[in-house]
Design a protein around this ligand. Structure first.
Ligand code: ADP
Ligand code: ZN
Length: 741
């Protein structure tokens, strides 16, 4: 048997013993695993991470199965190439492999693309390298210099640090470190190749729970002890102490020796949460997010695979870490739309977390003060259990929410704060309490137009206006990053000084505030003004400590924080989220405004929230003011039921995009022609997307609507498979879409 195609460097398959054939899934957009041979004596088994040859490349993958060749598309035994290497990582758990398969099926992604999410850290698969560090050893050097003295100072407390770290901390070159080693002052030490993970101490005393909390915690402990799949909605008002309750479920899971995952919408803002976790367990959990450096990602991934990481807190991608024994998932702020991933493999992390829990036969807890309609309906029909915390901790009450009818306000130009709100702000500040002004718009102004010709400054690559960021002196597209200096003349009619900013963003609101409250220390928080988790943590700390009196922020301050001195929340434009044809616009606006209002009055002093609106009689505003969430959601539910919309029906969106509009239109038309013609299945479109140009690509959309219970993924995939799609055109399948742009 001549394996003529194998290169000399590759081991040859033994040609006497029967060849073992394994199927290896590669983290590439491929439909199926590829077959490889295993030499006798190579102890490769299903789940192992391996390196295999692919063309001229070596690629890492996972052994997905073993057995006879698929008769339809198999490589003959004689042409089978051998696995190059089994990697030094614990095998991927069976449940993770099933999760990858299910995820791919559900989202209409290729299994390889789904696998790639679990293998996002390539370096984690490499053998751990011993890391060298240096520590004090002998007498000080004969000749002492300032640089040397700084090195000794850095290592004074018996630390062992890598040369690069010493060099950085002591502000010296690494040559200084080497010099001290030669002198015998420092010695080389080996650091452990893997990360040391602090062990949470479950025997520490948590907060003394109130009666509601105690009952809820007991129920969650029972779910953990049952050790089977269950989904529970922990539904409690803002400030009810929900976190303390699920920390007890975490403690119970850790007591069983199993791992815990806590999913949060935005990891950058979890400083307070981390502090509470540390108070409870005496150790920090491992955080997982996109800002982690490569070394940290690598070590974390390995610690999770080895089971040494006990609790992981992370954004949606943390769901795809290779847990060795996951025993509980918590999804905090489960209603948050940030859980929806809109690029690549399109998925909703909350929904996929429920799937992961059911595959792993473990409990999952969904936590919110404003649960999604999806989850409420799941409770109603008995798919999820529910636990309620109707009251705030201690004597704190829910804030009083009122509307400010902007139709009755005569605000002058460049003024965004009503007299009513200004009065309330003055009173609050005079009492030494804090005010939060909420406006969900980054930058200075959302639109710049020419007073002379009416021209609006638009992004050349996207259907979007350019947003002025005056602080940076630029106009910027929030979709593709395109930006330019603010021009002095209109690019259309060349009139001079004719460009005007229209509408407020947080920067412009800041100007208004500075005019009215010139002496009040204030802070502006938006994702582009606070960069990185450390800066965010510092900002949150300053607010909680009362170091600023007035906070202006976007939705990033609305989420989950506990600011004891904050007693007034002013919403500048409560109507902002209600525009557009999104089926969840009302629900989402309710959730965001309720959450931001819920930042006030969380301690002893009563809170108040004022909503500036032109539609005070809108059901969303009425529900917020009356505090009657249940009637509002019941009405939403009936409207969705009547129209067969989620969660009573299923939707799948097809987004066709490409650089040549004619090609895009043709594919969209073909898809329209081939649309499934089935009773109960309705197809809307094709039509140009509301965002008809995005990052230079033209976009058209189709929307499939079918009853709940239909396998919408299978239907969509079969549909798309019937149409020839040229390479330059992309058809994204968005199962359960949340964005309709
Ligand atoms: P939620 O997540 O429901 O909005 P939190 O869990 O943030 O509420 O709790 C609000 C505040 O009350 C936090 O500062 C928390 O530390 C505190 N807290 C929670 N439970 C208790 C308790 N049983 N006793 C005292 N303080 C508590
Ligand atoms: Zn753009």
């Amino acid at each position: 048997m001549a394996a003529s195609h194998t290169s000399e460097a590759e081991p040859e398959l033994d040609d006497i013993a029967p060849i073992r054939r394994v199927h290896v899934l590669l983290p590439l957009p491929l439909g199926t695993p590829y077959d490889y041979g295993v030499s006798p004596g190579n102890a490769v088994t299903v789940g192992d991470f391996v390196t295999v040859p692919l063309g001229k490349r070596a690629v890492n993958g996972v052994v997905w199965g073993e057995g006879p060749a698929d008769p339809n598309n198999a490589v003959a035994d004689s042409r089978l190439r051998p696995i190059a290497e089994r990697l030094d990582v614990p095998p991927m758990a069976d449940v993770t492999r099933r999760f990858v398969t299910w995820l791919a099926d559900y989202t209409c992604a290729s299994p390889g693309a789904a696998l790639r999410m679990t293998m996002s850290v390539r370096a984690a698969l490499e053998a751990p390298r011993p890391r060298l560090a240096y520590a004090l050893a002998g007498p000080p050097p004969k000749r002492m210099t300032g640089a040397r003295a700084r090195v000794l100072e850095v290592l004074a407390e018996g630390l062992s640090l890598p040369a690069a770290t010493i060099a950085e901390l002591a502000a010296v070159s690494s040559g200084v470190v080497r010099g001290l080693v030669r002198q015998g002052t420092l010695r080389e030490v080996q650091l452990p190749a893997e990360m040391a993970v602090p062990e949470p101490d479950i025997h520490r005393q948590g907060a003394t729970l109130n009666e509601d909390q105690d009952q809820a915690a007991a129920e969650l402990r029972r779910k953990v002890e049952a050790g089977v799949y269950s989904a529970t909605l922990l539904d409690g008002v803002t400030g009810a102490g929900k976190t303390e309750v699920y920390l007890e479920a975490i403690a119970a899971t850790l007591g069983q020796g199993r791992q815990v995952l806590v999913l949060v919408p935005e990891i950058g803002l979890t400083a307070q949460w981390l502090e509470r976790f540390e108070n409870r367990f005496g150790a920090l959990p491992l955080a997982w997010h996109s800002d982690l450096g490569t070394a940290r990602r690598r070590l974390t991934w390995r610690a999770v695979a080895q089971g040494r990481a006990r609790v992981v807190v992370g954004a949606r991608s943390a769901l795809f870490l290779p847990y060795s024994d996951l025993g509980l998932i918590v999804v905090d702020e489960e209603h948050d739309s940030a859980f929806k991933q809109e690029d690549g493999v399109i998925y909703h992390a909350r929904d996929m977390a429920v799937l992961r829990a059911s595959l792993g036969e473990i409990p999952i807890v969904l936590v919110s003060a404003t649960p999604s309609l999806e989850s409420l309906v799941n409770v109603e029909v008995g798919r999820y259990g529910a636990l309620h915390l109707p009251n705030r901790i201690g004597t704190a009450e829910l804030p009083k929410i009122e509307a400010v009818d902007m139709r009755a306000e005569a605000l002058s130009e460049s003024r965004w704060i009503s007299e009513n709100l200004i009065t309330a702000m003055k009173e609050t500040l005079a009492r030494g309490e804090q005010v939060l002004l909420f406006l969900n718009r980054r930058g200075y102004a959302p639109l710049t137009l020419c007073r002379a010709c009416g021209h609006r400054l638009q992004c050349p690559n996207c259907t979007a206006w350019l947003v002025e960021h005056r602080f940076h002196g630029r106009l910027q597209c929030h979709h593709c990053g395109y930006n330019l200096y603010r021009p002095d003349t209109c690019p259309e009619c060349e009139a001079e000084d004719s460009l005007v900013a229209v509408g407020p963003g947080v920067e412009r609101l800041g100007e208004d505030v500075d005019k009215i409250f010139p002496d009040v220390p204030r802070m502006l928080i938006a994702s582009d003004t606070v960069r990185g988790p450390e800066a965010a943590a510092e900002a949150i700390r300053m607010i909680a400590a009362g170091e600023v009196a007035l906070i202006i922020g976007t939705q990033i301050v609305a989420k989950g924080h506990h600011f004891p001195l904050l007693t007034l929340v002013g919403v500048i434009d409560a109507d902002l989220g209600l525009q557009g044809g999104d089926l969840r616009a009302a629900e989402r606006t309710y959730q965001v405004l309720h959450q931001v209002a819920g930042r006030s009055g969380r301690a002893q002093r009563p809170g108040r929230a004022m909503l500036q609106t032109y539609m005070p009689e809108h059901p969303v505003m009425e529900a917020l003011i009356s505090g009657d969430r249940d009637s509002f959601m019941a009405r939403e539910r009936e409207a969705r039921r009547a129209q067969g919309l989620p969660p009573f029906g299923r939707l799948v969106a097809l987004i066709i995009s490409g650089r040549e509009e004619a090609q895009v239109i043709e594919v969209a038309r073909d898809l329209g022609r081939m649309a499934p013609r089935q009773r109960d299945v309705e197809v809307l479109g094709p039509a140009p997307a509301p965002m008809s140009l995005l990052r230079g690509r033209f976009r058209h959309r189709l929307l499939l609507k079918c009853p709940r219970g239909t396998n919408a993924s299978v239907l969509a995939r079969a549909w798309v498979d019937q149409v020839d799609i040229p390479n330059q055109v992309r058809v994204a399948i968005d199962v359960d879409p949340y964005s309709f742009l």
